[in-house]
Write a protein that binds this ligand. Structure first.
Ligand SMILES: *[C@@H]1O[C@H](CO)[C@@H](O)[C@H](O)[C@H]1NC(C)=O
Ligand SMILES: *[C@@H]1O[C@H](CO)[C@@H](O)[C@H](O)[C@H]1NC(C)=O
Ligand SMILES: *[C@@H]1O[C@H](CO)[C@@H](O)[C@H](O)[C@H]1NC(C)=O
Ligand SMILES: *[C@@H]1O[C@H](CO)[C@@H](O)[C@H](O)[C@H]1NC(C)=O
Ligand SMILES: *[C@@H]1O[C@H](CO)[C@@H](O)[C@H](O)[C@H]1NC(C)=O
Ligand SMILES: *[C@@H]1O[C@H](CO)[C@@H](O)[C@H](O)[C@H]1NC(C)=O
Ligand SMILES: *[C@@H]1O[C@H](CO)[C@@H](O)[C@H](O)[C@H]1NC(C)=O
Ligand SMILES: *[C@@H]1O[C@H](CO)[C@@H](O)[C@H](O)[C@H]1NC(C)=O
Ligand SMILES: *[C@@H]1O[C@H](CO)[C@@H](O)[C@H](O)[C@H]1NC(C)=O
Length: 495
């Protein structure tokens, strides 16, 4: 009896922590309003080299969806705002959409969600009346194709439908949308889907005209006099991001509906702006996104829902130079189209733990031409004077025994030695830079700091299939350590 109870709590703890092992994730949006959009295979190579596990597309581009096949990357596809009316007015249009853009790519491409439109209520309010019908028709088509457990349907909404988000505890949706939102929430609840939220502290801060400190928008510590506290429940809000997410949780609660998790489908910070956009700087963008990743990967929710992680998609992969509007509008990207980072950002935990992601590594591109790779490898180990002994047989970096792995090691060794004196990461276009440490097991890439890796786990995604759960290897390690200490804690508590 006593033992049974003991075992019971023990198992409960185990289950709790192993469920946690799925963990929160940070994904990225891929906008394509770009004059020199790289080929789909390059886009996927950039994603993999940076260990990105979740992407959202704004449409259902056939090339990208095909290239994402068997990549291990989870994909959210989009019904464009132009398509929403058609889908919402006709069940057969919705079914055709699902068959053409979702069913056709499964299971190779891991499509897990359909995002219907982009901020429909605020950007095309005329379509509000067909929004929930569109979701319903798409859901019916998924059920008919028997893929409704694999694919969830929802619709990203702007923060603008919550007119007064602070204090979060009193926030409500704009009542003009009452019936649409009520139907939407019921749909999400009934289909076990989630609320898609676009939340931009950048706009909250810049439109706030100095009401909020910049530190609050950037997840930085607030001094004692600047604490942001909800007067109704005394919750302390350490970031505007948390407050925005909580404002929506409270708005949902005002409908007496619960159990709908929020996924942040867009957030980010522009790194360049016009003369009147002085907060759009590289420093602020790097600080925001770096702290955002750290915040999301700590797995906690906002104060009112602290055990629901805030899965989040950063806006966005590339700068979209063809987007209309102010300078900042074109400069939200983390990467240039050649794959080099605008500023270093690690979307997994390895560099976060040491708090320094300033090392840039040079690795072979996925899908690079193998003749060119071989030439590059030979050049690096020969004329380039790279130290190629770790990739010889019986040495720590020999496995995986692939041209790609060996070239990555050699390219990087050359690059670390030579880039301060003008050496480049190019190798006839077969190389690319990344801020993600490519080291694995006992194979230490030159420039790697010893503390951020070195525990025995499988080689990183750059060299092989991504783990099925999509979690980065380093994440799994920290969760494992967490599990071990949880067991110890349980023993201490129970004995
Ligand atoms: C780019 O943006 C412009 C203006 O919003 C739009 O007209 C155009 O269709 C967009 N192109 C793509 C490829 O999204
Ligand atoms: C697709 O993603 C889901 C959700 O993370 C995961 O459970 C599933 O294993 C993935 N499927 C494949 C084929 O990778
Ligand atoms: C609510 O939405 C309506 C319609 O878009 C708008 O006219 C009104 O100003 C909004 N209310 C608030 C308080 O923002
Ligand atoms: C919103 O609509 C629902 C259903 O039509 C209704 O029950 C509820 O009272 C309305 N809420 C508000 C705040 O108007
Ligand atoms: C939610 O429940 C409370 C308490 O039962 C009730 O006062 C309120 O009218 C309900 N709100 C809605 C929108 O149904
Ligand atoms: C996770 O982040 C939240 C919000 O910033 C913070 O309150 C909490 O202490 C953090 N938890 C851990 C374990 O760092
Ligand atoms: C990639 O493109 C950016 C912007 O055009 C440029 O500044 C950078 O030097 C390029 N990087 C490489 C490795 O070619
Ligand atoms: C990383 O460390 C170096 C050297 O200590 C420092 O100059 C740099 O600013 C740090 N970068 C970040 C992102 O913390
Ligand atoms: C990192 O590892 C190398 C080789 O194992 C060692 O020589 C070096 O001192 C280590 N550096 C630090 C900072 O621990």
């Amino acid at each position: 009896m006593v033992l049974g109870k003991w075992l019971g709590s023990f198992l409960l703890l185990l289950v709790r922590f192993s469920m946690n092992a799925l963990g929160a994730y940070v994904g990225i949006n891929i906008g394509t309003n770009i004059s020199n959009m790289p080929p789909a295979s390059d886009v996927v190579a950039i994603l993999k080299a940076n260990q990105i596990t979740h992407v959202r597309l704004y449409d259902a581009d056939a090339h990208l969806l095909k290239a994402l096949g068997n990549s291990g990357i989870e994909v959210m596809v989009g019904v464009t705002n132009e398509e929403v009316l058609g889908v919402g007015e006709s069940a057969s249009t919705a079914a055709a959409w699902v068959n053409k853009n979702v069913a056709a790519y499964l299971p190779a491409t891991n499509i897990t969600a359909i995002a219907v439109g982009s901020e429909v209520l605020t950007s095309i309010p005329n379509a509000a009346s067909v929004l929930v019908p569109a979701l319903t028709y798409l859901q019916k088509a998924l059920v008919a194709a028997n893929i409704n457990f694999q694919v969830k349907v929802s619709t990203p909404q702007s923060m603008d439908i919550v007119p007064r988000p602070f204090p979060p505890s009193t926030a409500t949706f704009n009542s003009s949308w009452n019936s649409t939102i009520y139907q939407l929430l019921q749909f999400l609840k009934n289909t076990k889907s989630f609320y898609m939220l676009n939340a931009y502290p950048y706009y909250g801060y810049t439109n706030g005209d100095g009401i909020f400190p910049l530190e609050y928008a950037l997840f930085q510590p607030l001094s004692a006099v600047k604490q942001i506290v909800d007067p109704n429940n005394l919750f302390h809000y350490s970031s505007m991001f948390d407050a925005m997410v909580d404002a929506v949780y409270y708005s949902i609660e005002a409908y007496n509906i619960s159990g709908i998790p929020i996924v942040v489908t867009e957030t980010g910070w522009p790194w360049l702006g016009g003369t009147n956009e002085r907060d759009a700087t590289v420093d602020n963008a790097e600080t925001f996104n770096d702290n955002l990743v750290r915040r999301v990967l700590n797995d906690s929710g906002p104060p009112s829902q602290s055990d629901i992680p805030i899965n989040t998609y950063i806006y966005e992969l590339f700068n979209e130079d063809k987007r209309p509007g102010p300078v900042s509008e074109k400069n939200w990207g983390i990467f240039f189209t050649n794959g080099s980072a605008v500023y270093p950002l690690s979307m997994s935990t390895s560099d976060q733990i040491t708090g320094n992601s300033s090392v840039t590594f040079c690795v072979a591109r996925q899908n690079a031409d193998s003749d060119k790779l071989r030439d590059g490898l030979n050049w690096a180990c020969g004329q380039g004077h790279a130290n190629c002994s770790p990739i010889q047989q019986r040495q720590p970096c020999y496995f995986p025994d692939s041209l790609q792995n060996h070239a990555s090691y050699a390219y990087n060794d050359y690059y670390q030695r030579m880039h301060s004196v003008g050496g480049t990461c190019d190798f006839s276009g077969t190389a690319m830079t990344t801020t993600v440490d490519p080291s694995y097991r006992s194979c230490k890439f030159t420039g790697s700091s010893n503390s951020s890796n070195g525990v025995g786990f499988l080689p990183t995604e750059a060299f092989g299939p991504i783990s099925p759960q999509g979690g980065s290897p380093s994440l799994q390690v920290s969760r494992f350590q967490c599990l071990v200490s949880a067991i110890c804690l349980a023993l201490v508590l129970l004995c």
